[in-house]
Design a protein around this ligand. Structure first.
Ligand SMILES: [Zn+2]
Length: 251
């Protein structure tokens, strides 16, 4: 068994028996891993750092890579960032839990993706500051789709490849805008404002650090939220639990 060390963010936690804990981490160097931590409750519990085992915490972990199973044994877990401001606000916590669950739902175990790790870490840092967590969630969704190669086609018709004109509509099924000649192929396609298309392109092309202060008109924000939700739901097989919670707090 090879021993490994990496930075990791806790995506999910589950109690196992009386003293152990199963944590799903997204790590900087190994992608998503499932880790088993023994002795985290009970007499040895204090040797584990406070806060390190909570969802969303960013830690330095040491683990043994499994040969046969897909569960790694985590022997050390030291807290680096706790994101206390997120935890102090129901609103921020709901959006942060949502982006963690979203990343979890679109990734498989042991498939390294440094950019995805950084995207999650930077997004959590923004949510932990003064940025609107809702806006950060939209940025996260667009950047994530781009990273996964699922970005909707917006420059050319997703069906025939011709240039997009004014009457183009957004088709979830075809994965982007479709031109007026192709509208028959998807009656559920919806109009999309030029401002929304521009915003998505801007987010996709800009480095994350430049997006902290990005502004979005209310109408664009609303349209974007619906379009991305429909698009993500179409591509993700499982229903995200955090979405129900988000709906509750947005009422
Ligand atoms: Zn077309």
């Amino acid at each position: 068994m090879a021993i490994q060390k990496t930075a990791a963010i806790v995506l999910r936690r589950q109690d196992v028996r009386e003293t152990s804990l199963a944590l799903t981490f997204f790590t900087r160097d190994f992608g998503k891993i499932k880790g088993l931590l023994r002795g985290v409750r009970g007499s040895r519990a204090e040797s584990w750092g406070l806060g390190a085992l909570e969802i969303l915490s960013c830690d330095d972990i040491v683990f043994y890579e499994p040969k046969k199973s897909d569960v790694s044994t985590v022997s050390q877990c030291d807290l680096k960032e706790f994101f206390g401001h997120i935890r102090g606000s129901l609103d921020r916590l709901a959006y942060a839990a949502y982006i963690a669950e979203l990343l979890d739902s679109v990734t498989v175990l042991y498939d390294p993706n440094k950019d995805a790790f950084d995207l999650l870490l930077y997004s959590l840092r923004l949510m932990d500051g003064q940025s609107s967590p809702k806006r950060v969630a939209r940025i996260f969704e667009i950047k994530l789709l781009h990273l996964l190669g699922l970005m909707p086609t917006l420059e050319f018709c997703a069906t025939c490849g011709s240039k997009i004109g004014e009457s183009a509509k957004f088709s979830v099924r075809h994965g982007g805008l479709i031109c007026k000649n192709c509208l028959n192929s998807d009656p559920s396609a919806r109009p999309m404002m030029a401002g929304t298309i521009k915003f998505i392109e801007y987010i996709r092309k800009s480095p994350f650090e430049k997006l902290e202060r990005v502004k979005v008109a209310e109408a664009v924000g609303k349209e974007l939220e619906i379009a991305l939700r429909n698009f993500l739901d179409y591509h993700i097989e499982r229903r995200l639990k955090t979405l129900d919670f988000l709906k509750e707090i947005e009422k």
